[in-house]
Every structure is written in C-alpha cells, then in structure tokens.
Design a binder for this molecule. Structure first.
Ligand code: SAM
Length: 277
C-alpha cells in the first residue's frame, strides 16, 4: 500500500499521531529531501525502521518502477514532501497514477496544507476556489496566466516568493483592478501574518516597504460577473498597459477578459490609443 502522509508546514505540533504512526509502520519512506525528513523524524522522536529513499521531480521516472516493485512485493511505502501535503505543488501525482494503473491501494493521512489554511483565514469566499500553484517566474508567462484567470469567479490562490511579491502584486492590480486580496505569511509559525486589502492598496503597501521574508500564499477575490462593464477610462488604462507589454491583438484579447467590453469596441479604442502612443 502507498500512504500519502502530510507533515507540518511550520509548527511541529501539527504532526498528527496518525501521520507519525504511518511513518513508523512504513517499510520505505519516499521523501522529497531525505535530510529534511530525517530531521523531522528525529525532532519528533518517531520510531521507524523504514528506509528513506529520495523521490523528487529529477529522479521520479527512475524511482517509480522501484517503488511500484516494492509495493507489489507487499511493502508499505509512505510518501512525504518537505512540508505540507504531498502532490500540492510537490511531487507525487505520477506515483499515485502508476499505483492505480497497477491496482495498488493508495491511502492518505491528511493534514496541513498552506493553500487550504490560507483560504480558511482569508475571509474570501471559500465555496469555490482555484489553486494555481506558483506564479510563473518569467514576467511574460506570469502576465499571461494572471490574464487568463481574470474572468474566473472562484477565489484564486497562488504561491509566490517574497522576492517577486511586489512585482506580482503590481501586475495583478493592473489586470484584476481593486479586488479584495490577502497575503498569508509564515502560517503556523512564530511570525504568522494575514494582511487583507484591495489589490491596488496592497501593491502600494508592499512596494513602499522592504521585501517581506518567509513563505507566503496570495489569495485574490474572483471576478464579479454582475459588475457593470468597465468605464472607458478603465478600459483605456487596461489597454495601455497591455500595449506596453505585447501586440495590439494580445492587448485587446486580454482586455476583453476583464472589461466586459465587446471585441470590436475594444479594438477601435486600442487602435486610437496605439496611434496616440
Ligand atoms: N505541499 C505544500 C503544502 O501542502 O502546503 C506546498 C509546497 S510548495 C513547494 C511551497 C510553497 O507553499 C511555499 O513557497 C509557500 O508559497 C507555501 N507555503 C508553505 N508553507 C507555508 C507557510 N507556513 N506559510 C505560508 N505559505 C507557505
């Protein structure tokens, strides 16, 4: 049997007794980083005879057949990541898929996960949400993914690094406008903080202070489909920003997703702005 075991995202008190028992019972612990897992096991004094094997994006293709063979021989394999729930922006889904294909039982010990904890603290609607994983590191790809999600009505959850937070907030404020947003930092740790505000205000707030430290999750309110179409001034501002970063065609396509304006009207406005610019 494969057991997916969640581990703490900061506070060791969140390492459940079931999770510790699962690691004790395992014959093999497949870990993202064996040093991290050894440290966790020793800090929490988990008694286990399991062999620790590295399992990450770079050796997954080679490790999966080995793990599947061990599972078919009747061994118990526990899968852990460095922190939180495996598979959530962490390795694991291909191993789970291979287990299903080989009719191997998969079980899980649920537990801490940063995006879910951030959502529960955010005060944003939690009935529908979209988890995007990390904002792409390259600016053009980030801009494209943020634009593509601008029409989604579900609460949006992103991982971001402290170094890129200010830049990403500026892009999001430009594309999403003044939606409600939340920055959840250092969850379950000593310096846990949850900062709420309008995206435009948060973009300014973080631009004016030194870069934040630690780990963070960004949450953005979904699009309001009942909202009236953008004013001409707003549409012009969105198009102008788009024209600075891409072609007229791309600027119009992206603006269509956020303004509620028909394509033809946006195209004409973009043409006039492009001539002026
Ligand atoms: N699988 C993990 C989970 O379930 O939480 C997420 C792993 S992902 C590689 C790591 C990212 O999760 C960090 O860069 C950060 O964005 C977020 N994260 C992890 N721990 C966090 C914490 N204590 N507070 C805020 N964000 C956290």
């Amino acid at each position: 049997m494969l057991v997916i075991v969640s581990t703490p995202i900061g506070n060791l008190g969140d390492f459940s007794s079931r999770a510790q028992q699962a690691l004790s019972d395992a014959d093999i612990i497949a870990c993202e980083d064996t040093r991290m897992t050894k440290k966790l096991i020793s800090l929490c004094a988990v008694q286990t005879k399991a062999k620790l094997l590295p399992y990450h994006d770079h050796n997954g293709a080679e490790m999966r057949p080995r793990l599947i063979k061990a599972l078919q021989e009747g061994k118990i394999v526990a899968l852990v990541s460095d922190a939180g729930t495996p598979l959530i922006s962490d390795p694991g889904y291909k191993l789970v898929a291979d287990c299903h294909a080989a009719a191997i039982k998969v079980s899980a010990v649920p537990g801490p996960s940063a995006p879910v904890m951030a959502l529960t603290l955010s005060g944003l609607p939690s009935d529908r949400f979209m988890f995007h994983g990390f904002v792409p590191a390259k600016t053009a790809a980030a801009r494209q993914q943020i634009t593509e999600s601008a029409g989604l009505t579900a609460t949006q959850i992103w991982f971001e690094t402290p170094q890129r937070l200010t830049k990403t907030l500026a892009v999001m404020a430009e594309i999403y406008g003044p939606r409600r947003a939340v920055i959840a930092r250092e969850l379950t740790k000593l310096h846990e903080s949850v900062t709420r505000g309008r995206l435009t205000d948060l973009a300014q707030l973080y631009a004016e202070q030194p870069p934040v430290k630690g780990e963070l999750v960004m949450l953005i309110e979904g699009a309001d489909k009942t909202r009236a179409a953008a004013s001409e001034e707003e549409a012009a501002a969105i198009l102008t920003a788009g024209l600075q970063h891409g072609s007229l065609k791309d600027a119009v396509r992206d603006a269509e997703k956020v303004t509620g304006w028909p394509h033809r009207r946006l195209y004409q406005l973009a043409l006039s702005l492009d001539k002026k610019g």
